[in-house]
Design a protein around this ligand. Structure first.
Ligand code: HEM
Length: 509
C-alpha cells in the first residue's frame, strides 16, 4: 500500500535534456581534473530486486511534467544507488583563494550531474561529487545560515544524541577539521584511483587530504548485499516526477530530499544558491560480521522442525525484516524465497497489516522491532506521515570479505562495514529522527508490548542494556538481550552537497 505523499509542489524549473547531453562532454580534455575516456558499460550495477532508475528516454517523454533541474543536481543525491567502487576523500582547505579559483574553473566542470548518470553514453569514466561541512563553508567565507542546527554544529558535537560512544570514533571525525568530501565512483578501482590522482594534481596544495574510505560492492552473488549478507537498497523512496514507483514504494515530493524547493519547511530561510542541494549524513559503521553470525546461532528462538542454521537464518531475517535475498518477512514469514525478490510488484508491497490478524499485537509476520519496521513504519505510523522523514540512501560496503580464520574464531580481526550515506533536505526529520527518534527508542510507535531497540543500528544513549522482543512468532513477549553492538559507529560528519551551479557561483566568490 503506497504511503501518502507529503503535501508540497514541484517548483517550475525546466528539465533541459538537450543541455544535459552537452554537459556530458563539457569537461574539457584540457581540464587537469578531467579523466578522459569513453564508457561502454554502466558504472552502476543493475541488481534485481532494487527499484529501477528512470532512463533518459522516459524522462524525455515525461518532460512536460518532470520539473527537476537534473543538470544542476549532483548525481549521488538521487542516482547514488548500486555503485561498484567508490572512494570517500575527506579534505581540509589549506589555501582558500586558490581553492576557490580551482573550484570554479576546474572542479565545477567535472562534477557529475544526476542527468549524466542516467545514460551510459553520458556517464563519465568516474563520477565525481563534492560536499562541504559547516566548517568548510565557513572556511570559504560562506556565512549564510543553512537552517540546520545539526549541520551547523557538526556530527561530533551531536554524537551523544545519536547514541554513539565517542571513544569508538576515528580521530579524524572528532571535531570539525573536515571541510569537505569528494565522492568518486566508478566500475573499477583503477578508474577511481586515476580520477583521484587528477583531482589531487589539479588542486595541489590548496587542500590537505585528511582521510579516505574505500567502498566496494561485494563480490559475485553478494553484489548489492551489505556485509551481514542482506540485500540492501530495496526500500528507497521514489521521487515524484522523477522515478516511477513500484507498488508499495514510498512516494515523496522532491522537497523531502532536495533543499529549498516548494514544500521544504525551511524554504524561505534557505540561501538562494543552495536550492537543489541536499544535506548528506555520512557515517562510518563498522560491522562485526563473525560475531553477529555466532549471536544468531546461539540465540535463535526455538522452532520445531528447523535445523540450528535454519533457526539462525530466520532469526536474522526477523531482526532485519527481510531475508538475505531481500524478500520481506511480512510476506514470507516462514522461509526465504529468493526468486520472489525480482518480483517488483510484491517486494515492497506490504504494510504489516494482514486480514484476520490483530495489527496491534500480531508479530507472526514481521516483528515490531525489525530494522525495516523501525526505519519505515508503514501502517504503524498511521497517525502521521512518515514520507516526510524519508531519506535517500547511497552507501556502500567497505573492507574485505570475512576470512576463514575470522569465521572459525567468530571474531573480527579486519575492519569492515558500511560507508553509510543518506541525503535529505532536513537532517532533523531525516537521518537524526530515524537514528535517535526511532532506532534508539524501544517503543517509537506506541505498541502495547514494547518492541525494543532496532537490533541492527539501535543504540542506548546511556550505554545501558539493549534488547528486542517479537523474534519468536509463537512467543512474542520473549525478550532477547543484545549483549554487544553488531554495528559500531566509527564517526561521521554532516555535509551539504550543493547544486553544481553554486560551485562556480556563491561558493567560489
Ligand atoms: C551497517 C548498518 C546498516 C545495515 C547493515 C543496514 C541494512 C539494511 C538492510 C539490509 C535493509 C533492507 C533492504 C532495503 O530496504 O534496503 C535496510 C533498510 C533500510 N535502512 Fe538500513 N542498514 C544500516 C544502517 C542504517 C541507518 C544508519 C539508517 C538510518 C538511520 C538506515 C535506514 C534504513 C532505511 C530507511 C531502510 C528502508 C526501510 C524501508 O523502506 O522498508 N539503515 N537497511
Amino acid at each position: 500500500m503506497p504511503l501518502r505523499s507529503v503535501v508540497c509542489t514541484i517548483p517550475s524549473m525546466k528539465l533541459s535534456v538537450i543541455s544535459a547531453l552537452l554537459t556530458a562532454s563539457a569537461a574539457s580534455a584540457f581540464n587537469p581534473a578531467f579523466l578522459p575516456g569513453n564508457r561502454s558499460v554502466s558504472l552502476l550495477h543493475s541488481i534485481p530486486g532494487l527499484p529501477r532508475l528512470p532512463t533518459l528516454d522516459e524522462l524525455l517523454q515525461r518532460r512536460q511534467t518532470a520539473a527537476l533541474n537534473l543538470n544542476d543536481i549532483q548525481s549521488d543525491i538521487i542516482v547514488g544507488q548500486q555503485k561498484i567502487q567508490e572512494l570517500f576523500y575527506f579534505f581540509a582547505i589549506a589555501d582558500v583563494p586558490t581553492f576557490k579559483q580551482k573550484l570554479s574553473s576546474t572542479i565545477a566542470p567535472i562534477i557529475t550531474s544526476a542527468q549524466q548518470m542516467l545514460s551510459v553514453t553520458t556517464q563519465p569514466l568516474a563520477a565525481v561529487n563534492i560536499a562541504f561541512s559547516q566548517s568548510g563553508l565557513t572556511a570559504l567565507g560562506v556565512t549564510d545560515n543553512m537552517s540546520s542546527s545539526e549541520f551547523a554544529s557538526g556530527m561530533f558535537s551531536g554524537n551523544i544524541v545519536l547514541g554513539d560512544v565517542s571513544a569508538d570514533w576515528e580521530p579524524v571525525f572528532k571535531g570539525t577539521e573536515i571541510h569537505g568530501v569528494f565522492i568518486v565512483a566508478s566500475d573499477t578501482s583503477a578508474n577511481v584511483d586515476a580520477q583521484v590522482g587528477k583531482l589531487e594534481s589539479a588542486l595541489g596544495s590548496s587542500i590537505n587530504k585528511l582521510y579516505t574510505l574505500q567502498g566496494n560492492s561485494r563480490p559475485g552473488d553478494q553484489a548489492g548485499h551489505e556485509a551481514f549478507g542482506y540485500l540492501d537498497g530495496i526500500g528507497q523512496p521514489a521521487i515524484s516526477g522523477f522515478a516511477t514507483p513500484i507498488p508499495g514504494q514510498g512516494v515523496v515530493q522532491p522537497c523531502v530530499i532536495l533543499a529549498g524547493l516548494d514544500g521544504d519547511i525551511q524554504q524561505t530561510a534557505r540561501p538562494a544558491w543552495s536550492v537543489g542541494g541536499s544535506f548528506l549524513a555520512f557515517r562510518q559503521l563498522e560491522q562485526k560480521v563473525p560475531e553477529y553470525n555466532k549471536f544468531l546461532l546461539d540465540n535463535a528462538p526455538p522452532a520445531a522442525g528447523l535445523t540450528v542454521q535454519q533457526r539462525a537464518d530466520r532469526f536474522g531475517a526477523r531482526l532485519f525484516g527481510r531475508w538475505k535475498s531481500g524478500v520481506p518477512v511480512d510476506l514470507f514469514p516462514d522461509a526465504d524465497n529468493p526468486a520472489a525478490v525480482t518480483n517488483t510488484s510484491l517486494v515492497n508491497d506490504f504494510d504489516f497489516t494482514h486480514a484476520g490478524f490483530d495489527f496491534a499485537t500480531d508479530q507472526t509476520h514481521c516483528p515490531f522491532a525489525a530494522h525495516i519496521r523501525h526505519m519505515r513504519p508503514r501502517a504503524d505510523a498511521s497517525n502521521f506521515n512518515p514520507a516526510g522523514n524519508a531519506i535517500m540512501r547511497a552507501g556502500i560496503p567497505y573492507g574485505p570479505e570475512v576470512t576463514p580464520a575470522e569465521a572459525s574464531s567468530n571474531t573480527s580481526s579486519l575492519a569492515r562495514g558500511f560507508a553509510f550515506v543518506a541525503y535529505q533536505s532536513n537532517l532533523n526529520k531525516g537521518f537524526v529522527e530515524l537514528q535517535s527518534g526511532w532506532a534508539n527508542q524501544i517503543n517509537a510507535f506506541s505498541k502495547a508490548l514494547s518492541p525494543g531497540f532496532d537490533a541492527i543500528i539501535g543504540q542506548h544513549i546511556l550505554g545501558g542494556a539493549r534488547w528486542v522482543t517479537g523474534m519468536d512468532p509463537t512467543n512474542p513477549a520473549l525478550n532477547i538481550s543484545l549483549p554487544f553492538q553488531f554495528v559500531v559507529a566509527r564517526g561521521g560528519e554532516y555535509f551539504f552537497a550543493p547544486p553544481i551551479s553554486a560551485l562556480s557561483g556563491r561558493l567560489a566568490m
